[in-house]
Design a protein around this ligand. Structure first.
Ligand code: KG4
Ligand code: ZN
Length: 325
């Protein structure tokens, strides 16, 4: 089964061709990050306009690189949300139009769920499993019975972890997206210099990163910032990632968990990967190369995996909330 995947939920215009939900024939990503950099975050209206400019070229490039023709495509899968509504609508409209013009079936998939599927692509499938989503928009712990069958165990009650990295980056004078820059700055910093912690929550598997971020801000105003930047980055990163590790360890004791899949942009962080390697008593899987950050291969893959069960009609609307519908 050959699937054309399309992703435009945030600031990447992406298209990919995937065979049988697993084999990536092409994955093209046009990032808008350089444009949003000057705003310190994604500017929604600008994102939508740039998707309009890029979408056709990106889809054509994905098909060209995969060496396929329109006739070869069996399904068009698109990220239906959650994300920026104006941005989502561009990908959704493109996917629906191509579905009509090319007479191909169409499915909308959940972007967050696709991040988890990205951690499964090319890796063994072991269930029941814990799903850990650490992205710019979401922080979630999920019990997974199988692909497309989930129960939410915990979520952030304020900022997402990637969002906290991005905001701390601004405090430290770094540009957007800040996560990778904070990771780089933290190298050689002292994780024990500042006693930061993830925020307390009523439910033991929920997350809170807003207080941690504010703590970094207030601390940064009290110290000699230039001398302490590395230490602030390292202490913040350590606190945020340890919180994810600790809650993941707690969550795997709440059910018959046999493996852990970690997905989303922050799963690219090498310190997080090392922490899981050193502490997790179960098989665990991070996304392979090119599958951590927003991409369309995970959208095509997930589309293939759930298409048989429930294809979508063209009356599909964008979804804007985090629920895994
Ligand atoms: O999954 P993603 O591409 O977009 C969403 O669906 O939100 O995640 C983007 C987020 C950004 O907040 C970015 O700063 C963060 O992932 N990120 C990182 C790293 N690489 C990306 N955070 C920490 N360390 C990294 N190496
Ligand atoms: Zn994402």
């Amino acid at each position: 089964m050959l699937v054309l995947g399309i992703e435009t939920t945030c600031d990447e215009t992406a298209a990919a061709v995937v065979r049988d939900g697993e084999e990536i024939l092409s994955s093209v990503i046009a990032s808008q990050a350089l444009v949003h950099e000057k705003y310190g975050g994604v500017f929604p209206e600008v994102a939508a306009r740039l998707h309009v400019d890029a979408i056709s070229v990106v889809i054509q490039k994905a098909m060209l690189e995969a060496g396929i023709q329109v006739e070869d495509i069996d399904l068009i899968a698109v990220a239906k949300g959650p994300g920026l509504v104006g941005a989502i609508l561009i990908g959704l409209s493109a996917a629906k139009s191509l579905s009509i013009a090319w007479e191909k079936p169409f499915i909308g998939v959940n972007h967050i769920e696709a991040h988890l599927y990205g951690a499964m692509m090319g890796n063994p499938r072991i269930f029941p499993a814990l799903g850990v989503i650490v992205s710019g928009g979401h922080t979630l712990l999920l019990k997974m019975e199988k692909v497309n069958s989930y129960e939410i165990l915990g979520r952030t009650i304020d900022d997402a972890i990637g969002e906290a990295f991005d905001k701390v980056a601004v405090i430290l004078g770094l540009s957007y997206p800040g996560g990778p820059l904070v990771e780089k700055l933290a190298e050689g910093g002292d994780v024990k210099r500042f006693p930061f912690r993830g925020g307390k929550t009523t439910s033991p598997l929920d997350f809170s990163f807003s207080g941690l971020k504010t703590n970094v801000l207030y601390t940064s105003q009290k110290v000699a910032l230039e001398d302490e930047k590395k230490n602030l980055a390292a202490s913040f990163q350590d606190a945020a990632l340890k919180d994810v590790l600790d809650k993941s360890l707690k969550a795997i004791n709440t059910f018959n968990c046999r493996a852990v899949y970690i997905g989303g942009g922050v799963s690219n962080n090498q310190v997080l990967r090392r922490m899981f390697k050193n502490h997790l008593p179960l098989p665990f899987f991070f996304p392979q190369k090119g599958l951590s950050l927003d991409n369309a291969a995970m959208i095509a893959g997930l589309g293939a995996a759930i298409y048989q069960e429930k294809p979508d009609g063209l009356d599909l609307f964008p979804i804007l909330d985090l629920y895994l519908k």
